[in-house]
Design a binder for this molecule. Structure first.
Ligand SMILES: Cc1cc2nc3c(=O)[nH]c(=O)nc-3n(C[C@H](O)[C@H](O)[C@H](O)COP(=O)(O)OP(=O)(O)OC[C@H]3O[C@@H](n4cnc5c(N)ncnc54)[C@H](O)[C@@H]3O)c2cc1C
Length: 553
């Protein structure tokens, strides 16, 4: 194998080899913003599992939080975020992210993102601000109810026009190449092995800097608002490479996904409740005031648990969200996507309530990183939903996640730019070895284990947990890990096998983190420890892999 100049490409019989300065795994708001923030002299590659725009970002509805109105303040946004995080946010990180918010929204406007304008203009601002659960002010800028689509499409178009960024669609990262794996005394990330899904060939992608921006892991649950790509790949990949992982017990369940046999993962945004929608039981009675004085505007975890409780108590298949008492024009103007989509299923939301259920929505934990997005492995960064930065603590406040993607992409890009002059091109690395594997003759194992995993995670490690349920889940996940490891070492890799391998890894991390936390806090609720324990448990749950070694800067 020969070393090629950056941006170069060489092919051996075994594996194609690509060289770049920066390898970005994932193309959501985090990965795309990072690519756009890099200076033109750094050659970057974006590797992404499906089309460039497919990922959680595309489906984000509500918006992006930032202090943009004169009656709002940085202190108030910080306080709301800390309150939602239930004592586990890193206050320094919260401050940096909130302070960088307004500039990052302006940066999006400069890229061409069109946010909804305010006809009555609150104060001096030309953009409409909405309010979501946990926020004490209107501070969420949005593009009607399809903010993520507007952001993703705009950034993707900008990235496609960048001559220094090469895009590899339909490519899935398998694992990282590290100096430690090659036997070097000093560890560093040197690149990644990547499967070209169309050609079924594994490429060796070398880079001076690698960024995990692969999104969340909510596909580990049976019901989720996330698209199929959200299989926790970056978290599992980072963990296997030696990165610490934090707060994986804090999975956020969105209270309101459309409940309809033909609707796959369609979320009904929280902004509906912000505009006055009420949650109703099948008999038409309102129930949220019984659970929290903020009623429908209580944070997500409280609303999701209340719905879960009422559905289990009544044996109901769903509850209902009703906004039909609000003016028809307002509903159609602010929620055109939801209005049209529901109408397609025969539900006119201006006249009747929407059937809804909770679903896994957001991964608060992830790969441990510092304020520059650096992980424990030198040269490896983690940004967006894949990362644990300390912003969300035990519960993410609505619309803070897109903000986190933007801010940490900015911080990581600045750090990479600063470090670049000092970091040489990676040395020659071993190509992917397929000499001892064959094509699978038992694909059924993958399909079966995939279903089993998602079902027991939903039943035993879902919105309400118990010690016994977690033990049951742990026994099952151990068995699945054993089976998948055996299967992985015998057969050629496929997309489904790689995703399942990652999901099982992430499920194990969630269960172990949940077992470690012997209290209930934020999104983690265990009936055997129903109270919050500030005396003993007021810190993040950090898991460290066997191959961990502290980063030396
Ligand atoms: C329905 C919905 C509504 C939401 N609404 C809001 C909202 O209003 N406001 C808000 O702030 N947040 C919202 N969120 C959360 C927010 O959208 C996400 O947290 C955010 O978009 C994550 O961005 P990301 O770039 O980290 O990941 P994503 O946008 O999920 O992108 C991940 C990328 O990684 C790629 N990828 C994954 N694995 C691999 C691999 N192994 N190899 C190569 N590529 C890989 C994927 O294909 C994808 O391109 C919402 C989420 C959902 C699902």
């Amino acid at each position: 194998m020969t070393t090629k100049p950056q941006g170069g490409k060489s092919t051996t019989e075994a594996s194609e080899c690509l060289d770049h300065d920066v390898l970005i795994l994932g193309s959501g708001a985090a990965g795309l913003s990072l690519a756009l923030r890099l200076p033109a002299h750094l050659r970057a590659a974006i590797v992404t599992k499906r089309d460039l725009t497919e990922g959680n970002t595309l489906y984000a509805q509500g918006g992006i939080s930032a202090v943009l109105h004169e009656t709002d303040s940085i202190a108030s946004h910080i306080e709301d975020t800390l309150n939602a995080g239930a004592g586990l946010c890193d206050p320094g990180v919260v401050q940096v992210v909130v302070e960088r918010g307004p500039d990052n929204v302006r940066w999006l406007l400069e890229q061409g993102v069109q946010f909804t304008r305010d006809k009555q203009a609150h104060g001096s601002l030309a953009y409409h601000l909405t309010r979501e659960g946990g926020h004490s002010h209107r501070r969420v800028v949005h593009a009607a109810d399809a903010t993520g689509r507007e952001v993703e499409m705009t950034l993707a178009a900008m990235v496609r026009a960048r001559p220094n960024v090469e895009i590899f669609e339909n490519h899935i990262a398998i694992d990282l190449i590290t100096a430690a794996k090659l036997g070097a005394a000093e560890n560093r990330c040197l690149g990644a092995y990547v499967l070209d899904r169309a050609g079924q060939r594994v490429k060796t992608c070398r880079a001076r800097f690698v960024v995990l921006a692969t999104g969340g892991a909510s596909k580990v649950y049976l019901f989720t608002s996330n698209p199929d790509v959200s299989t926790g790949d970056g978290i599992a990949i980072g963990w296997r490479a030696g990165c610490g992982v934090a707060n994986m017990e804090f999975m956020q369940f969105h209270p309101t996904c459309l409940y309809h046999p033909q609707a796959k993962s369609f979320l009904i945004t929280e902004a509906l409740r912000g505009e006055g929608a009420r949650l109703l039981l099948p008999d038409g009675s309102r129930f949220m005031p019984r659970f929290d004085e903020r009623a429908e505007l209580a944070p997500r975890d409280i609303v999701a648990r209340a719905i879960d409780h009422e559905m289990k108590r009544l044996g109901a298949e769903c509850v209902y969200l009703d906004i039909s008492h609000r003016p028809r024009e307002l509903i159609q103007e602010h929620f055109p996507t939801i209005y049209t989509r529901c109408l397609g299923f025969g539900i006119d939301i201006t006249r009747q309530p929407i059937p809804v259920v909770p679903a896994a929505h957001y991964t608060c934990g992830g790969v441990l990183c510092d304020i520059n997005a650096q992980t424990d492995v030198p040269g490896l960064y983690a940004i967006g939903e894949t990362a644990y930065t300390g912003l969300h603590g035990a519960n993410r406040m609505a619309s803070n996640s897109l903000l986190e993607c933007l801010v940490f992409a900015e911080l990581a890009a600045a750090h990479i730019q600063e470090m670049a002059p000092r970091i040489p091109a990676p040395p020659a690395t071993a190509p992917w070895d397929e000499s001892r594997v064959t094509d699978s003759d038992e694909e059924v194992v993958v399909a079966h284990n995939w279903d089993e995993l998602r079902r027991f995670m939903w039943d035993y490690v879902g919105i309400v947990r118990s010690n016994k349920r977690l033990e049951r889940a742990k026994r099952r996940v151990d068995l699945l890990r054993y089976e998948i490891r055996e299967y992985y070492s015998s057969f050629r890799v496929t997309n489904d096998l790689l995703e399942l391998r990652n999901l099982v890894e992430v499920a194990d991390l969630i269960i172990r983190s949940a077992q470690h936390r012997r209290e209930s806090r934020g999104l983690h609720y265990n009936i055997d420890f129903p109270k919050r324990d500030d005396a003993v448990q007021r810190s993040a749950t950090v898991l460290i892999p066997d191959n961990y070694s502290p980063r030396v800067d």
